[in-house]
Design a protein around this ligand. Structure first.
Ligand code: PMP
Length: 286
């Protein structure tokens, strides 16, 4: 595998960063996870915009233009012969001292890894997932905004560990107000009486690119979509529930905290949106 680091493509074994990089020492950096279909990055502009916004929020200057980054991403896919894959873009603060001061860091490091995608097992899409609500709250937006896709993912990892300990591969996180926020690496939607409901940005969530695409698709198909605060109760009494994310795409949820959602099977609107999203990924990457 060839990895892009520091402006060039090098063999995986040579793709290394310093132990003094603040990305490692402090999680000081930002990243993106991007899907490719048919050899083309899906919704690349949206991912680049979010990456640049994350960087801006932490006063990190990405040492290339969006156009250069887009070209490097496509080149990473080409060099590795990846058609349906997953791209990880990481921008670290760069090498600094052992102190926190980001001003003492020199060159931000840009890393692009294009790899095969490890998909969720097919049965999750056919039969749906079971998830649990965990005790780890999503970061308070005033402490570290969940809108920043930063290299510090411990909040999500701690929630993921709780979920895994309960036998679930995804876990539902609440915010500091006790409202539903999102899952550890996916956004959440519920369907009630034919309408789609999903937590708003100010519930303290990452503004998912799959979430935005699904909202667009649902509205285009005539469904009402409301971005409103939700409680666990809203999830328990939903007719349907599903998660969205770059890696997962659209995945049905059939049980939350041991309660079956709807009739305990992936619902019709969820199945419709799974198919529509799949179509969209193919259409946009031809
Ligand atoms: N929330 C979190 C915390 C995530 O890490 C992700 C994955 N990037 C998502 C939601 C889904 O976002 P996207 O659809 O852009 O992958």
């Amino acid at each position: 595998m060839k990895v892009f680091i520091n402006g060039q493509f090098v063999p995986q074994e040579d793709a290394k960063i310093s132990v003094f990089d603040h990305g490692l020492l402090y999680g000081d950096g930002v990243f993106e996870g991007i899907r490719s279909y048919n050899g083309k990055a899906f919704r690349l502009q949206e991912h680049l915009d979010r990456l640049w916004n994350s960087a801006k929020a932490i006063w990190l200057q990405i040492p290339m233009t969006k156009q250069q980054m887009a070209e490097a991403i496509q080149e990473a896919l080409r060099q590795n012969g990846i058609r349906d894959g997953y791209i990880r873009v990481v921008v670290t603060r760069g090498v600094g001292t052992l102190g926190l001061d980001p001003n003492r860091c020199s060159n931000p490091q840009v890393i692009i890894i294009a790899d095969k995608i490890s998909l969720y097992p097919k049965e999750y899409y056919e039969n749906g997932l079971e998830i649990v609500t965990v005790s780890t709250l999503r970061n308070h937006p005033a402490a570290l905004s969940p809108r920043i896709k930063s290299l510090n993912y411990l909040n999500n990892i701690l929630a993921k560990i709780e979920g895994l300990q309960a036998g679930c591969i995804e876990a539902l996180m609440l915010n500091h107000k006790g409202e539903v926020a999102e899952c550890t690496g996916d956004n959440i939607f519920v369907v009630r009486q034919g309408r789609l409901l999903t937590p708003p940005t100010d519930a303290g969530i990452l503004e998912g690119i799959t979430r935005a695409a699904v909202i667009e698709l649902a509205r285009a198909d005539g469904y009402q979509v409301l971005e409103i605060p939700l409680t666990k109760h809203d999830v328990y009494i939903a007719d349907e529930c599903f998660l969205t994310g770059t890696a997962a795409e659209v995945v049905p949820v059939v049980k939350v905290d041991s309660r079956p959602i709807g009739d305990g099977k992936p619902g019709p609107i969820t199945r419709h949106l799974m198919a529509r999203f799949h179509q969209l990924t193919q259409q946009e990457t031809q």
